[in-house]
Write a protein that binds this ligand. Structure first.
Ligand SMILES: Cc1ncc(COP(=O)(O)O)c(C=O)c1O
Length: 481
């Protein structure tokens, strides 16, 4: 055997990995947000040839640590605001390490009672935290992408069953057509889920949204009124640019009246449910039929972790369940793999469990409220400067900003260029990670707060970096031509 992993080398590798993880976490707040190391450089560090012979575990870990140096964005460092990525809670990180050591795989409860039990419990906790119907069933999935897929295939199962069609047995060829009505601000992963479910991304009918990007119930009512046959409505809790929540208190009753299935992509926004103050923006979402959300975003668990939640657990199982005589089931035990697309998978509920326990319901609420308060703080800090506008109502953790050239506030093309320039300069300063994007045809700087490490001082530091970048961009010859 050429592999060199005696017990001494394994011990040394674990010790080295543990020490490197501690060092990284201790220093992550000081890591520059300007990741200068390129992918090509990392490839060169990793080596290109497939090794013929094995190496000592500790040497492998040592070279991994070196290869990652300067090549990781400090997403848990408190000043990463570009995407809704979320930091990580140390309890989750520590549990993740154990998870790997245990090689746990929550499926077939006879083999893995631990992983199966924790998966079920985490599902119950999440229904309680988000105050969703307790009879709903939960699949602990890789993230909202898979949660959206899960909700959509459960909808497909139930809607076609009602129409007398067994889609799991017969497929979609010759099936009664499902009308899909989807917010025109849907995240691309919902379109992808429709593609994967065979419902087609392009044949879905887009429902228009208001100035904040929330679905207009009058337009949904009109579309439902003219739809025939089974209908799936895809709505959203948390617009990726503005954080806007669709008006569920109006949408959900419309869907019920028409017998339509309402699926909600709530990747990050569904977590407004944990706060009495924030949940007023999301009233009625509990009336939906299925929901997708992430744990790795607002809950700050390690990647990858999320939930697909379905009110009608028979529809959930109808879409997902498989059986095989070799997969012997324990009497009365829950097999989590019956609720998700994969059979074998990481016990991703374990770090979620540890994170929720370390925070408690109160800690989860405080963490999410703090993220949202920090988004509002950034809005206050930046818009105090003439020429900077925030284009959205900051109802959750998202804000979009635009920077005008002094003396030329109405010149949109100049503001587009300037806004992109400000975001790039601010990121290159290393002080914070902000990113430019598009909103309704105009360039904006996106700002998302999803990291528990972010403090008010981090916001002030980031605001100072952005305003300095604005000053520099204005001063640069030609920048505001
Ligand atoms: C609104 C929304 N929906 C869905 C997703 C997909 O989630 P994930 O990347 O966790 O699969 C995201 C991710 O950014 C999102 O913001």
């Amino acid at each position: 055997m050429s592999e060199q992993h005696g017990s001494e080398s394994a011990e040394a590798a674990l010790a080295r990995a543990y020490a490197a993880a501690r060092t990284y976490l201790k220093g992550v707040r000081d890591v520059s947000n300007n990741v200068a190391v390129t992918q090509a450089e990392v490839r060169a560090r990793l080596g290109t040839a497939l090794p013929e012979k094995g190496e000592l575990c500790e040497a492998v870990i040592e070279s991994l640590v070196r290869a990652a140096e300067g090549a990781l964005a400090p997403t848990a460092g408190g000043r990463f605001f570009a995407y809704v990525i979320g930091g990580t809670h140390p309890a989750g990180v520590a549990a993740e390490i154990l998870n790997a050591a245990w090689d746990d795989k929550p499926g077939t409860p006879l083999v893995t009672p631990f992983g199966c039990a924790i998966d079920g419990l985490v599902g119950e906790w999440v229904l309680e935290l988000l105050d969703l119907p307790r009879e709903a069933s939960v699949g602990v999935v890789t993230g909202a992408s898979m949660g959206n897929f899960l909700g959509i295939v459960a909808a497909r199962h139930a809607l076609l069953k009602r129409a007398g069609w067994d889609v799991e047995a017969q497929g979609l060829f010759g099936a009664p057509p499902i009308t899909v009505l989807i917010t025109d601000e849907a995240h691309p992963t919902v379109h992808k889920a429709l593609r994967l479910a065979g419902l087609g991304a392009k044949r879905a009918k887009a429902i228009g949204t208001d100035a904040q990007g929330a679905m207009r119930p009058d337009l949904l009512a009109a579309a439902l009124g003219s739809a025939t046959g089974p209908v799936l409505v895809c709505a959203q809790a948390g617009n990726i640019a503005t954080g806007a929540m669709d008006p569920f208190a109006e949408i959900a009753p419309l869907c019920r009246t028409h017998g339509a299935w309402l699926h909600v992509d709530g990747a990050f926004g569904l977590w407004a449910r944990v706060s009495p103050e924030l949940s007023r923006h999301i009233q009625g979402v509990e009336l939906a039929d299925s929901w997708a959300t992430d744990a790795h975003k607002m809950l700050n668990t390690p990647y990858d972790a999320g939930f697909g939640i379905v009110r009608d657990s028979a529809a959930h199982l109808g879409a997902m369940d498989i059986t095989a005589s070799y997969l012997v089931q324990a009497e009365g035990a829950r097999d989590p793999s019956r609720y998700v697309p994969e059979l074998s998978r990481r016990a991703r509920a374990t770090p979620i469990y540890a994170t929720i326990r370390a925070l408690g319901r109160q800690g989860v609420r405080e963490m999410i409220e703090a993220c949202c308060a920090n988004a509002r703080r950034m809005c206050d800090r930046l818009t105090a400067r003439p020429g900077v506008t925030c284009l959205n109502d900051v109802v959750f953790n998202q804000a979009i900003f635009r920077f005008a050239a002094p003396g030329r506030p109405g010149n949109e093309a100049t503001a587009d260029a300037l806004t992109a320039d400000v975001a790039t300069r601010a990121r290159q300063s290393g002080e914070c990670w902000v990113q430019h994007s598009q909103w309704r045809g105009r360039t904006v700087m996106r700002f998302s707060v999803a990291d528990r490490a972010t403090t008010a001082a981090d916001i002030d530091r980031a605001a100072a970096a952005v305003l300095k970048a604005y000053d520099e961009a204005i001063m640069e010859p030609g920048a505001v031509a």
